[in-house]
Design a protein around this ligand. Structure first.
Ligand SMILES: C[S@@+](CC[C@H](N)C(=O)[O-])C[C@H]1O[C@@H](n2cnc3c(N)ncnc32)[C@H](O)[C@@H]1O
Length: 254
């Protein structure tokens, strides 16, 4: 178990408080996440998802995401300078991770690799994977100055495409695109991903979370609870922020 256990955004366990000073990869941003301009970020993302969702029915998910990334550089606005939301969010996610050098990191649904590159300074080797070949081609171009990042469009969510084990797996803003989502499907995904962690390895799961009562937030809560109920994983931290839920899980040491 990690020494820095903190179970919610409001409560820290007595163990965490009395443990040696926790060290994380970043300091959590203190100021409010969004500016008025960030409303444009949400509109952009919603439009991207609406169009992708229509195209997915006709052409399948891979082609729909390929179309999205072909039509627009940075369709989710992750690195557009006029929006600060996503960069703040990435800093917030880094602030959940313990300060250490990860040996082998897997970023599933990495898109153009915006968060993958944030992890590069803390990792020996990173593999970013995405269902979209177009996103992967763009991620490779954008990551030329990071020789420790490899990219692949091999499927990683369900059927393990590699025997490799990782000490950090990131699954950020990807699970809600799962086709035919159901509790059983998420249990299978949780098991597949958990089994690819080394003992002591971490899984960072992130999904949109708004006000707790809307359908998207309820779906996120249910999905994270399924991962938390996986007996192969232990929850070590959970942050509920505007507007996401991030859960850090660990495969226990043998
Ligand atoms: C909103 S983007 C998130 C990008 C990145 N994780 C981030 O947080 O910046 C969602 C990504 O998930 C990818 N994706 C959707 N379904 C996937 C699947 N089954 N396997 C791998 N990637 C998938 C999409 O192609 C898209 O690039």
């Amino acid at each position: 178990m990690l020494k820095f256990e903190s179970e919610s955004n409001t409560q820290q366990t007595a163990a965490a408080v009395s443990a040696a000073k926790p060290q994380y990869l970043a300091t959590e941003p203190r100021s409010f996440f969004m500016t008025v301009r960030d409303i444009g970020f949400w509109i952009r993302s919603s439009r991207a998802d609406a169009r992708m969702s229509r195209e997915r029915h006709e052409h399948g998910a891979a082609a729909a995401f390929d179309g999205l990334y072909s039509r627009s550089a940075d369709p989710y606005g992750a690195e557009l300078p006029q929006y600060r939301y996503q960069q703040r969010k990435y800093d917030s996610l880094l602030s959940m991770l313990p300060q250490r050098r990860f040996q082998s990191v897997l970023d599933i649904g990495c898109g153009r690799g915006a968060f993958t590159r944030k992890l590069a300074p803390y990792s020996a080797e990173i593999l970013g994977t995405d269902i979209s070949e177009v996103a992967i081609a763009q991620a490779r171009m954008l990551s030329k100055s990071h020789p420790n990042i490899q990219y692949s469009s091999a499927p990683m969510l369900e059927a393990p495409a590699t025997e490799q084990r990782f000490d950090l797996i990131v699954l950020a803003d990807t699970l809600y695109y799962t086709e035919a989502p159901s509790a059983e499907r998420f249990e299978t995904i949780s098991h597949n991903i958990g089994s690819r962690l080394v003992p002591g390895g971490l899984l960072l799961l992130v999904n949109h979370y708004f006000f707790g009562i809307d359908p998207a937030s309820r779906a996120t809560r249910m999905t994270h609870d399924i991962f938390r109920a996986n007996p192969e994983l232990t929850c070590v931290a959970e942050h509920r922020r505007a507007f996401f839920l991030a859960t850090l899980l660990q495969r226990p040491q043998m």
